[in-house]
Ligand binder design. Sequence first.
Ligand SMILES: *Cc1c(COP(=O)(O)O)cnc(C)c1O
Length: 435
Amino acid sequence: MDRRRAVPRTDRVLADPRLQEATERLGARLVRSAVTAAQQACRAGEIAPEAVPDAAVNGLPPAATSLRDVLNATGVVVHTNLGRAPLSTAAIEAVALAAGTTDVELDLATGRRGPRGAGALTALAAAVPDAGGVHVVNNGAAALVLAARGLGAGRTVVLARGEMVEIGDSFRIPELLESVGARLREVGTTNRVRLSDYADALDDTVAFVLKVHPSNFRVSGFVSAVPVEELATLPVPVVADIGSGLLAPHPRLPDEPDAATTLRAGADLVTASGDKLLGGPQAGLLLGRSDLVDPLRRHPFARALRVDKLTLAALEATLTGPVPPVPAMLDADPSALRRRAAALAADLTDLTDLAAEAVPSLAAVGGGGAPGVELESAAVAVTAELAEPLRLGRPPVVGRVVRGRLLLDLLTVPPDRDAELATAVRVAARDAYGT
Ligand SMILES: *Cc1c(COP(=O)(O)O)cnc(C)c1O
């Protein structure tokens, strides 16, 4: 039989009402490529001609984006490769609303232009009462760049050698500062710096002392750094890059600096990320003395680092709405996690190939900060052979392989998605073992 003849024609497949509806929703291009892929599978003899429409429907992406909704079962709360903080439902709703036409820069009462993102900025100011001024830019690096450009261009920034951090993807804080025309003056050694080192480095070219939180590594042994309280006694402003975006102290993260404490300790300006421990959208926060923040807000660079309406909406909802997923995960009750793991493992006992077993696990904060902090958690362990089929599933599930087994850590899985996780494991097992 000539397979090519048997392959249904594109227009006949496209006549399927499900594909018509998908064309409205996803656009003709994506639907056509799903149809082409199904036709190719038919031509290769992998599926029967009458199965082509179903295969095309199954091959459609869930939305018109190549990004996938991934179940994070890694136990890493803020996973950089998985988009850092997942937004709260409230923030997702706010983003969807703001995505349309919205009054981001219009005062509906007067009909005149209004302050951009006033709601988000008011919420941020209310969340950090110690900050006289607040501003939001694209990300943590942008907050630092704006501070360095606005306060330190053509001048000197003093930074301890032990705080010359690479923040990830080979971006380095010293290079970031120099790229906007600030001169760097290094003080201290890799492991130790004293207040006198900073004091000796001051002259009238110094714009500020920068304190960078080493958020992705830890040094121990013969080490010392100078706390913000002491730096604040110097006759120049102190800018503190706290990294994680914690606004107030967190009992499980005693070594993680927060904005309120850092400002009260005497920092003049604090910079932080919005999508780490704050649990919001990608954003950079500038918090501090209004006579420093206000000129930065009006600096030409600020326009280039400006956030969009989606970020403003998500940030406001993160600050005013219910507890977002990231802080909720940090406070997860280990016994509830153990119960979920036991239930999930019990649900999978009929799949004997998997050897599914509930096991204790240690989750991590991840790219968001708090290196070395372990969060008591629970996981379902299955054979590591499932790692790939799970990653390629719908939705993709990413776990972590430990000593030859794949751990599906429940701390980072939303509790209302356990059933979906079980189904994903079943489907992956069927693909792997044909059971
Ligand atoms: C994460 C981090 C940054 C960079 O923030 P982004 O939001 O990733 O741009 C800068 N400084 C510190 C200390 C950080 O932890």
